[in-house]
Write a protein that binds this ligand. Structure first.
Ligand code: ATP
Ligand code: MG
Length: 598
């Protein structure tokens, strides 16, 4: 991934912590909880001293100097204290865990929402160059990894870190010389920890990509299951998924291997230190009581676990940072440029294109070259030309799905780049080549987005004008019938008519229709043609047409080839010219053979 060296860990970490800021209150409460928890650890070791001393003299007082406690003999004091300490530890544990969970779940939520919102503002180019599986897995998987760094790690650092600190303080208080000897081992531990950390981060990044691959292959197969089945793609998809899943497994295993080697190594180091300690204790016991020594060894014995957990923290932090890095990469992505300031309540729909040339970002082949034409309000322009000649591209530039740098596109005399994006798109109704329907009712699909509040009569009128009533009325729940994911429960022609109804309801002055080439039966074709005729009335229409009947009525026909306009005129004029269009017409417009002629 290009981003692995993008930002320093510290920068990513600080940025991640800035997301924790809104939860600072909960965070402090949880820290207090963990402080309480950690403070009970040396207490537990300390109590053993009294237990061991109590074995020989159960009637001795717990704190001989304290008057009001002098009455309580060790026999009762030790068990009571153990229960009290455990209860206190429980309080600390609850406060710590519950409030930290509030922080980390809040963080996951915020990041998910931020990622999703950024998807809504990213330019089309971003979608072209990123596959959806990876985008989805970022939202579902990566954000949960982040808590590893942002909150879980902090939990361990605070809880176990403080445990270590309190235990050390206790040890120093009990016997500082012995404790200083123990400290000598620490630098060795630090070296092991930092070398493993780097490895973890690299591996974690790979796991995320592998996770994205799994989602990607699965979602492609799910969406394309018809093609997979009818073309016998099962073995191919199976192999592809196997590879993705296996890759994921291998990478996870690699990561586990690193930590599986690394943890016992550390453990061994720590126990070697313990062994040395025991030796020293036996050698230098001096005048300490048996209780003192047992408490000391117990406290020292409590150390390895928190130290080990602290050392594993770096793995969690590295995983989280790798995830955060990819999240921030998307959040930092440039949003759709929206520098325009012009806002119009309504435009008349005059469209002028002047010397427009266009190259898709990150490619070098010009897709449009020197395109010029103009349409008066209410007129209709038809774009025809063979597949790949740039018709859809031209249509996509008008609502600014891509940025054009050469030439001008003027809507009512104003360059489209000068409108605010939202305002510009309000004036344009677009029926795309691939109809998109949402898994919702027929009515909600027609009244989508800005149109959501439209009155029911308007929705029904739009459906009627799009000649969609005849099939909608036959659906089990009429307008309230669910259409299934992307309208799978409808036929191709029905889907198109819904898309046309949606455009009709929008009632915008400029209509762009990118007709699907799908072969429709004459009945559907007749319906759609009638719907189109109705839609085109009273508005400027740019239609990319494959149906002769649509084109013949156009005020202007532009014949495109390889990104250029090669002929222009009305149907009659072009036929008389006997050029490209005439040949296309003779062959039937939407047949590949027709296009081959040129
Ligand atoms: P059809 O009649 O088949 O719909 P079209 O005239 O609409 O064809 P376009 O979709 O405009 O053709 O494509 C024109 C050229 O631009 C094609 O060569 C295609 O490869 C290229 N192209 C289309 N979309 C992109 C994209 N997002 N990124 C890069 N190149 C693209
Ligand atoms: Mg097209």
């Amino acid at each position: 991934m290009a981003s692995s060296a993008r930002q320093s860990s510290l920068k990513i970490y600080l940025r991640l912590l800035s997301y924790v800021k809104p939860y600072i209150g909960y965070f402090l409460v949880s820290i207090i909880g963990y402080v309480i928890f950690a403070s009970t650890q040396p207490m537990m070791a300390g109590i053993l001293k009294y237990f061991v001393d109590g074995l020989s003299n159960p009637d001795a007082a717990l704190f001989p100097g304290v008057d009001w406690l002098a009455e309580l003999p060790l026999l009762y004091a030790v068990p009571i204290l153990i229960v009290l300490i455990a209860a206190w530890q429980g309080v600390g544990s609850f406060l710590g865990n519950y409030f930290l969970a509030r922080v980390s779940l809040g963080l996951v939520h915020d990041l998910r929402v931020a990622l999703f919102n950024s998807l809504l503002t990213l330019p089309n180019r971003y979608y072209d160059s990123h596959n959806s599986g990876h985008l989805i897995s970022r939202i579902t998987f990566n954000v949960t990894m982040v808590t590893g760094a942002a909150t879980d790690a902090i939990k361990v650092v605070i809880r176990e870190g403080l445990t270590v600190v309190f235990l050390f303080a206790y040890l120093l208080w009990m016997n500082w010389k012995l404790t200083l000897v123990m400290l000598a081992i620490l630098p060795v531990i630090a070296v092991v920890v930092s070398s493993a950390g780097k490895k973890f981060r690299k591996q974690s990044k790979k796991i995320q990509v592998a996770m994205g691959d799994v989602t990607h292959v699965a979602s492609e197969t799910i969406q394309g299951y018809r093609v997979v089945r009818s073309f016998g793609g099962e073995p191919y998809e199976q192999a592809r998924f196997l590879r993705a899943s296996q890759g994921n497994t291998d990478k996870q295993l690699g990561m586990i291997k690193t930590s599986a080697i690394y943890t016992p190594t550390l453990q061994l180091l720590i126990y070697t230190a313990m062994a040395a300690l025991m030796f020293l204790v036996l050698l230098l016991r001096g005048d300490a009581s048996a209780g003192d020594l047992v408490a000391y060894i117990t406290a020292a014995g409590l150390l390895p676990k928190p130290i080990r957990q602290l050392s594993e923290v770096s793995a969690n932090i590295q995983k989280g940072l790798a995830a955060a890095d990819s999240i921030f990469e998307q959040l930092d992505e440039q949003t759709e440029t929206d520098r325009g300031s012009v806002e119009r309540e309504r435009v008349s729909g005059r469209l002028e294109v002047k010397n427009l040339s266009f190259v898709y970002p990150e490619t070098d082949k010009p897709v449009l070259q020197d395109i010029s034409f103009s349409v008066e309000p209410g007129q209709m322009v038809a774009l025809v030309g063979r597949s790949g000649s740039g018709k859809s591209t031209l249509a996509n530039l008008i609502p600014r799905f891509y940025h054009h740098s050469e030439g001008q596109i003027l809507l009512d005399g104003v360059e489209v780049e000068d409108y605010t994006l939202r305002n510009l798109r309000r004036h344009i109704a677009l029926v795309t080549q691939q109809v998109t329907l949402f898994n919702d009712s027929v009515a909600s699909n027609i009244a989508y987005g800005d149109l959501a509040g439209a009155p029911r009569e308007a929705v029904e009128r739009a459906a009627g004008d799009a000649y969609a009533r005849e099939f909608i009325d036959k659906l089990p729940q009429g307008f309230d019938t669910e259409v299934g994911e992307n309208g799978v429960l409808l036929s191709g022609g029905q889907r198109q008519r819904l898309a046309i109804a949606r455009a009709l309801l929008k009632d915008s002055p400029l209509l762009i229709l990118d007709e699907a080439t799908s072969a429709l039966d004459t009945e559907s074709e007749r319906h759609i043609q009638a719907a189109l005729d109705r839609v085109m009335q009273g508005r400027t229409t740019l239609v990319i047409a494959h149906r002769l009947s649509t084109i013949e009525k156009a005020d202007l026909i532009l014949v495109m080839d390889q990104g250029r306009i090669v002929e222009r005129g009305t149907h009659g004029e072009l036929l008389a010219q006997g050029g490209f269009y005439a040949r296309l017409h003779a062959m039937g417009l939407d047949e590949e053979g027709g296009a081959e002629i040129a």
